[in-house]
Design a protein around this ligand. Structure first.
Ligand SMILES: Nc1nc2c(ncn2[C@@H]2O[C@H](COP(=O)(O)OP(=O)(O)O)[C@@H](O)[C@H]2O)c(=O)[nH]1
Ligand SMILES: [Mg+2]
Ligand SMILES: [Zn+2]
Length: 217
């Protein structure tokens, strides 16, 4: 019986996700669902991505956190529209939360909407929110065993950003193994090595993202 309940929840979520997607397509808003464990660098990546693409694209952000407005305040200081969702305990965002949050944004004036999901390597990947693509960050400090331990997130993502490569000399994680294992789970995964601290690899990432947005137009 439990299985029934879970599939009903996901079904209901899918329906709202499709409505969100229709709306995004109508307003010409490309939507990226950004996922990672807590602390992998989602907010740092947002800051770099906004700085790099602002001017070329009108960007908006939805911040998902269990509690608090810390990340939203950071993003707001960059001068882009941002809406904070506080899940009040829930460990992922769902389509309904996004459906409500976008009421506070003028989507007609947003070309790229980036959703920072709740930090968690598990269930954010189970819930579509109407995004055009999911992207995940894995920092090398998390270890190279994560793709095979948390496969769904790697399978659902279009791109994997391996972050904090400035720390390579100090951690034992094997970056090649992260790449190999991720691509064995998802052969079409696009992989970037980046550092949000030094800026290494950021232009490759934003260039690719910009291309994907243009293709979708
Ligand atoms: N050394 C290093 N630190 C980073 C990098 N990216 C993010 N951080 C740091 O990692 C911590 C968590 O980053 P944050 O962006 O808040 O991660 P989030 O929880 O996924 O949003 C912060 O102290 C960042 O300054 C990186 O590329 N290199
Ligand atoms: Mg954050
Ligand atoms: Zn969850």
């Amino acid at each position: 019986m439990k299985i029934n309940v879970v599939s009903k929840i996901l079904e209901a979520n899918e329906k709202i996700a499709r409505e969100n997607k229709e709306l995004f397509d109508k307003t010409g808003t490309y939507v990226l669902n950004l996922m990672s464990a807590p602390g992998a660098g989602k907010t740092s990546l947002l800051e770099k991505t906004i700085t790099e693409l602002n001017g070329a694209l009108r960007i908006g952000v939805v911040e998902g956190d269990i509690q608090g407005t810390y990340d939203a305040e950071k993003i707001n200081s960059l001068g882009v529209p941002v809406v904070q969702i506080n899940t009040g305990g829930a460990c992922h965002l769902d389509a309904n939360m996004i459906n409500e949050a976008i009421n506070d944004l003028n989507l007609n004036e947003i070309d790229l909407l980036i959703i920072e999901n709740v930090g968690n390597l598990v269930c954010p990947a189970e819930f579509n929110v109407g995004e055009h693509m999911k992207v995940m960050l894995l920092s090398i400090t998390e270890g190279h065993d994560k793709p095979l331990k948390y496969p769904l997130m790697f399978q659902e993502s279009s791109a994997l950003l391996i972050n904090k490569i400035d720390l390579k000399p100090y951690v034992d994680a094997d970056t090649e193994r992260i790449k190999q294992d991720s691509m064995s789970l998802n052969p079409s995964l696009k992989v970037f090595e980046i550092s949000c601290k030094t800026g290494e690899g950021i232009k490759d990432w934003t260039g690719w993202l910009y291309g994907r947005i243009q293709e979708n137009r």
